[in-house]
Design a protein around this ligand. Structure first.
Ligand SMILES: [Zn+2]
Length: 411
């Protein structure tokens, strides 16, 4: 069998294309495959597929292919350009590569498959690609994936902020809570960060939004109010974010009290910081008994803790009326508690209450996407090679967007 025939089989090259010659560069460990085509005067337009007249040929280009027998394999060809009455002069579609890629579709497909499971560094080393090449492959994959997305209904959204590196740089993520995927990523956590999301939706999709879980963060509230019809009953403040605020208030009470007690030689609160924050049902034996002694004591911290636990019991209600009653009663207790941090958090929850009680109707939290968070953590962990935020954003879409990433030429 001739080299060229062998390589047209390996590469799956079919008419009108053919392998014209194969050059082995043993010393460099490379195989160069030169592709040509039949003498053909009309080619389909890359845009609309209409038969168009051949216009000219591009200068020779190269595509990196999968290695063959450990030889770095490079394709060469001069792609024809055809002239369409409607779309003008365009490079024709090539069966082995996507437009503007320096890799064959199989090579990109393999890199994408590996990148799903290994760090960029490992894939770069294994395939002999540079950071720029890896980022280019990921970027094109994400572009394809986003363009292929269908306009499905998105009833439950979660808007989440993520810290990016140290120094309080943030990203805003919009998650599809029903399908556990990231729909949108933007820089910062301003109103405009979230504003950019809405125009990516169709009118029907925007109408399909039933509820949005988020932190108590006004820029996000404002964005939803501006872009979603009858937004207020659809905004649900995340119950874990509320628990965090309550926990911080308890901790402030504890710190102050601990200081006062220590001054009198009482170290009951030493080393108890996390006991007050965790769920006591997760404690065992001795620890549980010790904590029971503390929580039933006359300490201010114990009172603050009871306030926190009682506030969170709100989320177990099914019906609005008793839930409102519960909150009202709790609020009065909190403001009379003589515990300033608890009074502050109570005032905040009261102010935000109408978007807290919406939880009972929609039952959504941002934690619905915990598995998604784990993935994002992994992306962050393997992010050391990201030179800028855009690479990081692309990586989030790549791994968490549930996108169809494969080059179309391999499908
Ligand atoms: Zn055309």
């Amino acid at each position: 069998m001739q080299d060229s025939e062998l390589y047209s089989r390996i590469l799956g090259i079919a008419a009108p294309w053919r392998v014209e010659r194969v050059e082995l560069k043993l010393q460099q460990g490379e195989v160069h495959v030169y592709l040509g085509h039949e003498d053909k005067q009309d080619w389909p337009c890359a845009e609309c597929g209409a038969r168009c007249a051949l216009y000219d040929h591009q200068a020779e280009r190269q595509w990196r292919h999968l290695d063959t027998c450990q030889y770095r394999t490079i394709l060469h060809a001069s792609p024809p350009r055809s002239e369409c009455a409607e779309h003008g002069v365009r490079v024709v579609k090539l069966p082995w590569a996507e437009a503007n890629s320096r890799f064959t579709a199989l090579m990109e497909g393999l890199a994408i498959a590996w990148l799903k499971h290994a760090s960029q560094k490992a894939v770069a080393e294994q395939l002999g690609l540079s950071w720029d090449e890896i980022h280019g492959i990921m970027e094109r994959a994400v572009e394809r994936g986003l363009a292929r997305r269908q306009a499905e209904k998105i009833p439950y959204l979660g808007v989440d902020e993520k810290a990016f590196r140290k120094g309080h740089k943030y990203l805003t993520l919009v998650n599809d809570l029903s399908r556990n995927r990231v729909l949108y990523v933007a820089e910062d956590r301003e109103q405009r960060s979230l504003d950019g999301f809405w125009p990516t939706l169709t009118e029907e999709q925007r109408e399909s939004v039933e509820a949005v879980a988020m932190d108590m963060w006004d820029p996000y509230v404002d964005s939803v109010r501006e872009h979603v019809r009858e937004a207020d009953p659809k905004i649900v403040f995340d119950k874990f974010h509320i628990a965090k605020h309550l926990g911080e208030a308890v901790d402030r009470v504890r710190r102050r009290e601990h200081k006062a007690l220590k001054a009198e030689g009482d170290d009951r609160l030493t080393g108890t910081k996390y006991d007050w924050l965790r769920n006591p049902t997760n404690m065992e034996g001795e620890q549980r008994r010790e904590f029971a002694q503390l929580k039933y004591s006359e300490l201010k911290t114990a009172r603050a803790w009871a306030l926190k636990e009682t506030a969170m019991a709100f989320f177990n209600y099914v019906y609005e009326r008793p839930a409102r009653k519960h909150f009202h009663w709790w609020y009065n207790w909190a403001v009379r508690s003589r515990l300033p941090p608890m009074k502050e958090v109570a005032a905040m929850l009261k102010r935000r209450f109408e978007n807290i009680i919406t939880y009972l109707r929609h039952q959504i939290t941002n934690a619905a996407s915990e598995s998604l968070n784990a993935k994002i953590q992994w992306v962050k962990y393997t992010a050391r090679g990201f030179r800028n935020k855009q690479n990081f954003i692309n990586a989030i879409y790549f791994h968490c967007g549930d996108l169809d990433l494969a080059p179309s030429a391999t499908k």
